[in-house]
Design a protein. Sequence first.
Length: 146
Amino acid sequence: MEIERKFLLKRLPEDLDSYPSTHIWQGYLAKHPTVRIRQEDEVYTLTYKSGGPLVREEYNLPLKKESFRHLRGKIDGIPVVKRRFRIPLPPHTVELDVFEGAHQGIVLAEVEFSDVEEAERFTPPDWFGEEVTYDHRYANSYLAGL
């Protein structure tokens, strides 16, 4: 189960480059349910997601590089490419995505929670901007053109 809230940013953290980051390339094979392939640095996964914008079922399965390459040619829409920074915000971690390529200029922060009550109690830091959890235009599958 994945429970997360998503936000635009008022500003980037000044020390952004000091946080660990990975490069992500992902493409979509289906929208309902969402089936995605992802390369995060040298790790390859196939992900199945279903449900709403705040709470979703999510299953991640490892892929071999060869399988990823095969599926990469079968995606619908365009790939979503981004650099993901992981920023501690105890007791959480902010996953801050700086999009590249066709989506350059988009920056989103996501925070995951253990339950809905925790998500609802969360107070975003002052550098977060508008919440877009329920705005489908910021779903990665939408950005991919699905």
